[in-house]
Design a protein. Structure first.
Length: 254
């Protein structure tokens, strides 16, 4: 993909540029979506044989279509497939500018994390009422992952349930991977993970079929760049550490 899409920079004026390009695809604006998919697919295959297009969807701009060729891709094409833009799409409203592309990413992330079964996560639940769930992709060796975990009791007191997914930043097979996988394979997963967050050692036990490789790949698919990576129930991604009070405010808890 890198050779076809060399630039991943955000284009703040993508809507205006798309309208300009829409003239080139104007003849196709009223065509059915199936016809547009076929046309874009043929045009791009001719330019880049073997390219895999995951989906093509309508956008708010007539004659412009969102094309997905990989995780977190923001590609907008004219209906004839002759021109495309790489960047985020924005909606301009009175007193408000909304990142439409980020809204779509939120929806994709929400579905992705919700698809992970509870048995494959390490979950710290409030003793009282659960007001919200937060998914956290974690690496046991990162300082801010450890700091976030040290606030677990306070987050639980606020009604925030924390569902951990493993994301060893050094990759599968690394020392960090062996540590986090050993926590997931432990008899008492919560205790093992807490010990690692406190920089204590646990017995190495990388069991066959553990879910860490799948969770690591899931994190890459939804565009993670580091840890801790917090994903709220609506799919909003928070990259990095937040104090419990700021987190509760972000989630919308009083």
């Amino acid at each position: 993909m890198k050779t076809l899409f060399p630039s991943k920079r955000i284009i703040a004026r993508v809507a205006a540029a798309a309208l300009t390009l829409g003239v080139a695809g104007g003849a196709w604006a009223e065509e059915g979506l199936d016809k547009v998919k076929e046309t874009i697919g043929k045009a791009w295959q001719a330019a880049k044989p073997g390219i895999v297009i995951n989906s093509i969807e309508k956008t708010e701009i007539p004659g412009i279509y969102k094309v997905s060729v990989g995780p977190s891709s923001n590609i907008y094409s004219t209906a004839d497939g002759a021109n495309f833009i790489v960047g985020d799409l924005f909606r301009v409203q009175p007193n408000k500018i909304t990142n439409v592309s980020e809204e779509a990413r939120n929806g994709d992330r929400a579905k992705a994390v919700a698809s992970v079964e509870d048995k494959d996560m390490i979950i710290f639940s409030p003793k009282g009422e659960k007001k919200a769930r937060m998914y956290v992709f974690t690496d046991v060796d990162c300082y801010y992952c450890q700091k976030l975990h040290h606030n677990m009791a306070k987050m639980n007191e606020m009604g925030i349930e924390v569902a951990y997914l493993g994301y060893p930043r050094a990759g599968i097979g690394s020392g960090s991977y062996k540590k986090v996988a050993s926590a997931w394979c432990a008899k008492d997963k919560n205790d093992a993970l807490t010990k690692l967050k406190n920089r204590q050692e646990i017995p190495e036990n990388v069991c066959e079929g553990n879910p860490i490789p799948d969770q690591y790949n899931l994190g890459r698919q939804i565009g993670l760049s580091g840890t801790p990576a917090l994903v709220l129930e609506d799919g909003e991604l928070i990259a990095g550490f937040l104090e419990p009070e700021a987190l509760a405010q972000r989630i919308g808890l009083k």
